[in-house]
Design a protein around this ligand. Structure first.
Ligand code: ZN
Length: 440
């Protein structure tokens, strides 16, 4: 398949260029004046072509819990509302929830995501394939130090690593958090992630020297979301969470840690040294009043791979990565009393190229050779004038500007119409699922 976007403002890593963007198979082939013939020609006149946004931490199975359990602190929210209702979810509810999430992602310019789910992920893989999304999807280990539960999960979860197509959709291994998991399950689940090589397509292996080497699967875990959790880990393990996870070999460049709102300076330096990916979810953290502010500017300076996520719709309550970029930037400026901290180019990198790196995809930037995940924005009234294009994207743009989405070289939304899912049916099905669960 080939796509030619004609006459757009193309946002490359070296700045905006006016011209065309040509994708061939799943890769960006050329930017500038392109004379190639393409199966799909999109008129980009007046539009901005930007890399697709990467949501580096989310829970699509929770999309049908949007607005359920409001105004509660994290622990009560999880224990009293979310875990009990999640336990009532059937596979069909998870799939319906995921389809709803993917419609929302496409409309808001998100092309890739990292999912953590407590239940079987087959329905999420199927829904993601249908939607045409890119992502890594994990089923979470969560044993609460119960040996019986741990054994059962170690028997069940490895089967989920067979899901995915090895190209756009890959399995990932996850443990919920250091405070809810036994040490053994943390170590053994990380071992599992390390041992399993990517199931790469031959084409990708040939194109990328990096992927010629065998790599482990990406590993996801919530870390240092709340102050209480830091106290609990400290009490039980005698170490701060990052130091603890490092001491058992869980912290490396293939690990994706979510939140990190309560890190010490020493942990920040350690995160940088290990090159860990850290998904900051500012909207969810603020809504759950977790208090700590992820020091992403310092983590970035230390060498960690900072990326951004929405977290689930139950705690956000949206999957809007434009909003996430803006809130992430504002929170750093506000926290440090420093308006020149975290420039908008950096925030955009967190939400694109860094996110893609955290997920293990050579995407997130518009340049030849990269995977073709492209979003077109219409310049609505909120995008005029254009003193600074990137500032407009980070601080002013929103889902209302997204008109077209291409993932892996395939148009999945054109002229504001989602081509891969029946959006109306998806919304109706999700509403039905949400209502049914409450009756169970
Ligand atoms: Zn989460």
């Amino acid at each position: 398949m080939s796509v030619l976007i004609k006459n757009a403002t193309v946002l490359t890593p070296r700045g905006a260029v006016h011209g065309d963007l040509f994708t061939e198979a799943n890769t960006i082939a050329a930017i500038g004046r392109c004379r190639e013939r393409a199966e799909h020609v999109i008129d980009g006149t007046g539009k901005i072509a930007m890399p697709g946004l990467v949501n580096a931490h989310t829970h699509v199975a929770m999309n049908i819990f949007r607005g359920y359990g409001e105004d509660l602190p994290l622990t009560r929210w999880l224990e009293e509302k979310i875990w009990p209702i999640e336990a009532k979810q059937k596979p069909s509810d998870i799939a319906a929830s995921a389809r709803l999430a993917f419609c929302e992602m496409l409309r808001s310019g998100t092309t890739a995501f990292a999912e953590m789910c407590l239940f079987d992920t087959k329905g999420i893989f199927t829904a993601a394939k249908q939607a045409g999304m890119r992502g890594i999807i994990s089923r979470c280990f969560l044993d609460f130090e119960d040996p019986g539960r741990m054994k059962q999960q170690l028997r069940e979860i490895p089967g989920s690593l067979e899901y995915g197509d090895g190209a756009t959709l890959r399995p990932s291994v996850a443990a919920h958090a250091p405070y809810t998991c036994s040490e053994e399950i943390l170590i053994r689940s990380k071992e599992l992630a390390r041992k399993r090589p990517y199931a790469c397509s031959e084409e990708i292996i040939l194109k990328s020297k990096e992927l010629a080497q065998k790599k482990g699967l990406k590993y996801q875990i919530h870390v240092s979301e709340t102050r209480q959790e830091v106290f609990d880990v400290m009490k039980k393990r005698g170490k701060y969470p990052y130091e603890y996870l490092d001491s058992i070999g869980v912290m490396d460049k293939d690990s994706l840690f979510a939140h990190g709102g309560w890190l010490t300076k020493r942990e920040i330096l350690l995160g940088g040294k290990r090159g860990v990916s850290m998904a900051h979810c500012p909207v969810s953290s603020m809504k759950l009043a977790t208090g700590g502010i992820a020091q992403i500017t310092e983590l970035d300076a230390a060498g960690a791979n900072v990326c951004l996520g929405t977290d689930g719709s139950a705690s956000n309550n949206s999957l809007d990565m434009f909003q996430t970029m803006k809130v992430a930037a504002l929170l750093q400026k506000h926290h440090y009393w420093q308006a020149d901290i975290l420039p908008c180019r950096k925030v955009l990198d967190f939400a694109t190229v860094n996110g893609a790196k955290a997920l293990g995809f050579d995407a997130g930037a518009l340049e030849p050779g990269k995977l073709a995940d492209v979003v077109l924005l219409e310049r609505g009234p909120n995008m005029h004038p254009e003193h600074d294009l990137i500032s407009n994207i980070v601080y002013a743009a929103g889902p209302q500007n997204v008109t077209d989405v291409i993932i892996d070289g395939r148009p999945v939304m054109l002229g504001r119409e989602i081509l891969t899912l029946d959006e109306k049916a998806v919304m109706e099905e999700a509403d039905r699922s949400a209502a049914d669960i409450l009756r169970r």
